[in-house]
Design a protein around this ligand. Structure first.
Ligand code: ADP
Ligand code: MG
Length: 782
């Protein structure tokens, strides 16, 4: 078998996105897994090495030569960056996560290193494959040195198992045992009337038992040269307390810290679990029909074209079509749509849908790795690498927080006693209290958790968000631009009237249907649907689509032009303007006008409500942009109370308009389109939202937020989830800072003792973690 190659081509000199669009239309996307990246003008595809590859290159060259541009194709160097994901089991200390990340970034040959604390994963991209192996070995060493208990292994492709379920019972048992063991010498020391020296020894034993894990971790960090580690500071603080004679205090602080850590671990685990439950949309196994037998296969091993039996209550494991049976299916975990959908033989079904009532046989159309669930899970997991500005800010803040607190503590221990001529021990004690609150733990844990929760919750409701940055930016955006056809309107055109001059209506419709045969535009779908008869493709001799204008085709031996007014004007055709309301398609045969077809589209039922809701949610301006004629556009704009509209805009002009808006606004510009003919605009806007049928590859590829069904109400949901996420995140930040600053002030003034400081500090972390999970409890709008 020939090796399958993934190639990337760079098109130099190609600077019009329309040309790229044309290339895409002419090449068959499906055959080669063709992906076009409008930002970099890259085309990538998967093809068999050898003659198939050479032919494809020739073919692309042919297409390109038909354009008037001089375009050179470069093959991108095959030495590609290589990435790997490491799963770090039992990553419980968030501050360590940040340390691991920055250490790994410093390894030579590392292009990118992003830690995903929520999933306990580390994504590494190395400059080349050769580098990768070395980088991985060094990374594992770093992880071991910072988090000795962690278990590192490489993620296997296709499997998204979560490996971090390290029994809750374990940590509770361990903590309780430690506390009981430490209590024995402590109680002996307190209740027996012992010699001072023996008493001190017992306190020391108790302290060492309760502080064992902190002390071992601290010594390890010190040997690494890291003195700002939370464990180190905790150790210094408690040993300090010991020295000034506060034995009980030292032991109590360690004990509280230990219990706090335990609760924090449990809380993080719990919220991780509830998020991954949200994402529990895949089915690991498929019951595959082979002959008479049913065999259970891992979903990842099921071939395209297999027959899979899905019983009531089961999830559909792979994308496919219904082969046998009919049933109601629950699509909510993928589309967010709460009303069950009825499917019968021939209906398309996506993985993740749940069969509600009767047995179905599905014929798979995709491999597991290409199926919708895999894509969604991958997307949501990768989303954590695109961090929101708030998250980046917290990371930076965390880096300076500890040194500042420690420095202040030092000053506090030294200056006031000298200036005020007081005893050192008072001020040292206060300074030591500073050290126990010097970890920014509450922030570094709860903020990423909050964003991850928001993204996970959104995905469960049929809104895929590709990064925390988009979630945060969407919340702040003030202008939303909508495409008309297929976005604000249903895109399901109906023929309202056929006006003819030279030929009869049936003949006109026939030519129109033939000309539109290859087009994927909603207009084409309407024409083909009303024609109904079979199409003999041999009669289509030539076909060319002009985006935003219409189509030119040779059918049999006549030249057909079908499209809008501009298309007629461009070709200098004398036509009779149709006055009816609706979108008008003018038709010319051999450059002579023969008639027009009036088609009408319906505004989506929810559109008006959505626009007014968005305005209530802080969107100042709603704009519409369409290739359709002015009269249709203004009617829709009036009906929906849209603030501004652009009509008769060609696709490349849409790009220009968006570019200008993005350039001239300091707020983020949102564009909502259908993802099929709007890809360049989606890519260029700050936040591209595509509305489309679930699972459309083009839509998922080109946009930043994907709405998994056609319902505009999901945009309102997305905005609300974004607002809620941001509110919770900021609550946590404000609360944590408030408590910490208060503790610091009170400690400096001597109003609280050290164990209260620890208690407050671990309490904040806990509350912040629990608060972050509140995002998942938002009520669903369905
Ligand atoms: P919108 O911006 O509303 O999504 P388009 O840019 O896709 O609209 O199309 C703009 C106009 O171009 C349509 O209203 C129609 O008049 C014409 N047009 C586009 N594609 C076709 C087609 N396949 N057949 C006929 N006319 C077309
Ligand atoms: Mg459109």
């Amino acid at each position: 078998m020939a090796e399958v190659l993934k190639k990337e081509l760079l098109l130099e000199g190609l600077n019009c996105s329309k040309c790229l669009e044309d290339i895409k239309n002419k090449l068959n996307l499906k055959d080669y897994n063709l992906i076009i990246d409008y930002k970099t003008m890259n085309i990538s595809f998967t093809v068999n090495e050898g003659s198939e590859y050479d032919n494809l290159i020739k073919y692309i060259n042919n297409v390109l030569n038909n354009h008037e541009h001089t375009i050179k194709i470069h093959e991108k160097s095959l030495e590609r960056e290589e990435g790997k994901t490491l799963v770090i089991g039992k990553l419980s200390c968030s501050n360590c996560a940040a340390k691991i990340e920055s250490k790994v970034r410093n390894i030579s040959g590392v292009k990118k290193a992003e830690i995903d604390f929520v999933n306990s994963k580390l994504n590494i991209v190395a400059a080349s494959k050769a580098d990768l192996d070395r980088v991985l070995i060094e990374t594992k060493k770093i992880v071991k040195s910072i988090e000795p208990g962690a278990h590192v292994h490489e993620e296997h492709n296709g499997s998204h198992d979560h490996h971090h379920h390290h029994g809750d019972a374990g940590i509770v048992k361990k903590t309780v045992t430690t506390l009981v063991l430490a209590a024995i010498p402590l109680l002996l020391a307190i209740f027996l009337n012992l010699d001072n020296f023996v008493e001190l020894g017992l306190f020391l034993v108790s302290y060492l038992i309760v502080g064992r894990s902190v002390i071992t971790k601290a010594l390890r960090s010190i040997s690494r040269g890291d003195f700002f580690d939370e464990n180190t500071l905790m150790m210094i603080a408690t040993i300090g307390a010991f020295f000034i004679g506060e034995y009980h205090e030292a032991i109590a602080v360690m004990a509280f810290y230990l219990v706090g850590e335990m609760f924090q671990d449990l809380a993080v685990d719990k919220s991780r679990k509830s998020i991954s439950e949200l994402m529990d949309i895949k089915s690991d196994y498929a019951n595959v029909l082979e002959g008479e037998k049913i065999i259970k296969l891992a979903s990842a091993d099921v071939l395209v074209g297999s027959l899979v039996i899905v019983k009531p209550g089961e999830k559909i494991p792979l994308d496919g079509i219904v082969y046998e049976g009919e049933a109601h299916i629950d699509t909510s975990s993928i589309t967010g749509e709460s009303i069950p959908r009825f499917v019968k033989v021939g209906s398309e079904v996506l993985s993740g849908f749940i069969n509600k009532d009767k047995v179905l046989v599905i014929k798979t159309t995709k491999l597991y790795s290409d199926s919708t669930v895999s894509k969604i899970i991958e997307l949501v997991e990768n989303a954590s690498s695109r961090k929101a500005p708030t998250e980046n800010f917290i990371t930076k803040f965390a880096r300076v927080y500890t040194p500042i607190v420690v420095l202040t503590a030092f000053i506090l221990a030294v200056l006031p006693p000298i200036i005020l001529k007081q005893e050192f021990s008072i001020w040292i004690y206060r300074a030591l209290s500073f050290l126990v609150v010097s970890c920014p733990c509450a922030l570094v844990i709860s903020v990423p958790l909050g964003f991850y929760g928001g993204i996970g919750f959104a995905s469960r409701n049929g809104v895929l968000v590709k990064g925390g940055n988009y979630l945060e930016a969407f919340k702040n955006s003030e202008e939303i631009i909508f495409d008309k056809t297929g976005t604000l309107t249903s895109g399901k055109f109906k023929i309202a009237k056929i006006n003819t001059t030279a030929i009869d209506q049936a003949k006109l419709l026939e030519f129109a249907a033939y000309a539109e045969y290859y087009s994927i535009h909603p207009i084409a779908a309407a024409i083909k649907e009303s024609y109904q008869k079979d199409i003999d493709i041999a009669r289509i001799k030539k076909y060319q689509e002009f985006s935003g204008l219409g189509i030119s085709a040779i059918i049999d031996d006549v030249n057909i032009l079908i499209g809008n007014q501009s298309l007629m004007e461009d070709n200098k055709i004398d036509f009779i303007e149709a006055k009816q309301a609706g979108t008008i398609l003018y038709i010319a045969i051999d450059n002579k006008f023969v008639g027009s077809i009036v088609i009408v589209d319906e505004i989506k039922a929810e559109a008006k409500g959505v626009i007014s809701k968005l305005k209530n949610l802080g969107v100042n301006k709603i704009t519409m942009i369409t290739g359709d004629k002015e009269s249709v556009a203004s009617e829709v704009a009036n009906e929906l109370r849209i603030d501004e509209f652009y009509s008769e805009v060609l696709p490349h002009q849409k790009v220009e308009i968006l570019e200008n808006k993005v350039k001239n606004s300091n707020k983020k510009i949102v564009f909502v389109g259908d993802g099929i003919n709007d890809a360049p605009v989606l890519a260029i806007s700050d936040i591209g939202i595509s509305m489309g049928e679930a699972g459309s590859d083009a839509a998922i590829e080109a946009s930043d937020i994907v709405i998994m069904n056609d319902n505009l109400m999901k945009i309102v949901d997305a905005r609300q989830i974004a607002r809620k996420t941001s509110r919770v995140v900021w609550q946590n930040i404000a609360f944590a800072l408030f408590v910490k600053i208060s503790v610091l002030i009170f400690a400096a003034l001597g109003f609280i003792n050290m164990w209260i400081a620890v208690f407050a500090d671990v309490g904040v972390s806990l509350i912040a973690i629990l608060n972050a999970t509140r995002i998942l409890k938002m009520k669903k709008t369905g």
